[in-house]
Design a protein around this ligand. Structure first.
Ligand code: FES
Length: 166
């Protein structure tokens, strides 16, 4: 983080104004880091390093702490994502029921690397820690939608559902 320049001009200024308005509405921005990051993720879709630095200065929290929080929670992402974020749970219950194969199949069918954006910009595939639905293992989520007992054969249908929506 330390050698990253604060290139505010690279950020969308109209989105930055929205974030500024939100921060200005807070009584105690210094103690509202998580809320500010949630808002930033919602407004920008991701929280790149220059935005993290901007937030750190704006709310008076160290850049290292901001980066620590962003890195810890899988909800936050530092890279631009596809329209649909497909998350494969790699917690123990899901892993032993074949989550690794599901992940490989998704990456293969979408022809994309983990955490990258597919060529049609529709998908990003991530692996995540246990999401607390172990009874449904293996579990895949697409946005808010949860798919349980996922098999390799189901992968194509899941992908097609979101391709059709465009
Ligand atoms: S291990 Fe996947 S939901 Fe718990």
């Amino acid at each position: 983080m330390s050698n990253v320049n604060l290139n505010i001009s690279e950020l969308d200024q109209s989105l930055l104004v929205k974030l500024d308005q939100y921060i200005a509405s807070l009584e105690d921005p210094n103690n509202s880091l998580i809320n500010v990051l949630h808002k930033a993720q919602q407004i920008f879709g991701y929280i790149p390093h220059n935005l993290q630095l901007y937030i750190s200065r704006k709310v008076g929290v160290s850049a290292a702490r901001v980066n620590g929080v962003v890195s810890f929670y899988s909800y936050f992402t530092e890279k631009k994502t596809g329209k649909n974020v497909v998350s494969v749970c790699m917690g123990t219950a899901c892993y032993v029921k074949g989550a690794g194969d599901i992940l490989k199949e998704l990456l293969k069918q979408l022809n994309v690397e983990k955490n990258d954006v597919s060529e049609d910009t529709l998908f990003t595939v991530k692996d995540v820690r246990c999401i607390g639905a172990c009874g449904l293992a293996p579990v895949v989520t697409v946005g808010e939608k949860v798919y349980g007992h996922v098999t390799k054969d189901m992968v194509k249908d899941i992908i097609n559902t979101y391709k059709e929506r465009g």
